[in-house]
Design a protein around this ligand. Sequence first.
Ligand SMILES: C[S@@+](CC[C@H](N)C(=O)[O-])C[C@H]1O[C@@H](n2cnc3c(N)ncnc32)[C@H](O)[C@@H]1O
Length: 374
Amino acid sequence: MSRLDGAQSTISMWHEGDYSTHTQGAKDAIDNARDLACEAIAAMDVGGSGKPFHIADYGAADGGTSMDLHRATIAALRGRVPSRTVCITYTDLPRNDYSALFATANGGRPDVTSYRDEHDDIFVYAAATSFFQPIFPPETIDFGFSATAMHWLSSLPCPVSDHIHMAGAHGEELETLRARARADWQDILLARASELKPGGRLMTVNLALADDGRHMGNTGGTNMFDVMNRLWHALVDDGTITAAEYRRTTIPQFYRTPAEFHAPLLDTDGPIRRAGLRLVRAETRFTRCPYAARFAEDGDANRFAATYVPNTRTWSETVFVNALDAERPPAQRRAIVDRYFGSFAELVRFDPEPHAMDYIHECMVMEKAGPGDG
Ligand SMILES: C[S@@+](CC[C@H](N)C(=O)[O-])C[C@H]1O[C@@H](n2cnc3c(N)ncnc32)[C@H](O)[C@@H]1O
């Protein structure tokens, strides 16, 4: 299988473990939130009366980036109840590479050490149901977790006609996307509220638009999405792709503000609170782009371009491939996208300083009200 076997779908990470191999920053962001997960476990009643402790990882991709967080969560749990059995279910879209996921979880990858090497009685499962729908029966999950996944929209209500991302959207298009993101977040929370056991917790580490206007790829230097948009549009200018193909290219994501994330949980009469979900803690966190950080140390522009650009490509490539005319032969579509990312790498090699994919996440811990909670 090639990295592009998910290319018939717009949302698809690189396969065969290549997603987590090339996205060190996503792992760093999760690791940066380990304290919140351990704090959440410490605050829960984890006795369990001999029943398994159920963990869900929503939008897990190949599972490599969250391995150490789950290791820490399991250690925190076992520190309190050493014998408690753990079931962990990874969820993602149907075309995710579940073979790579199980290889990762079962210790079959040389670059990732599984928690199963350290802990017994861990049962690993997967579910290929979208997180906009219920995935588990009511009141079955103890601890839900999701990172860098829920900014993907359920569908694209409109293209961003003069940009490739909502970061460059404005006016009516931006508001249409915002409305979809609001409805999607409510659907996500309602489904999770049902799945959580009373007293269970949900922790999300979601890409966000911070109050100071920063977001992933836009934290000081050039705006990564503006660069990607400019280079894609240059292919219209030189006749490689058509204006219609350019207009079709919109990464179906939305970066919500902290206020947008919190709103449904603060609305005391709203459906999320009625479903029993409460906000326990929220914090906007910054994670440095590891590739830019390394460049700052070693000044190696070639290595920077060869690591930073594939990092952007792991999650966006299929959007570009699928925006191209279906009548183009697959090899031609791939060649165009190769050329596009090649031009991106060339730009970074030539002028590396302003580039970085730093992450901005809104980290939230929520709790499902227990019996007797008002
Ligand atoms: C950027 S990856 C993040 C993977 C991992 N959680 C991390 O933080 O590194 C986003 C993942 O979310 C998944 N995803 C997007 N929309 C989804 C949906 N509606 N339901 C489940 N997974 C979804 C994608 O398939 C992808 O695997």
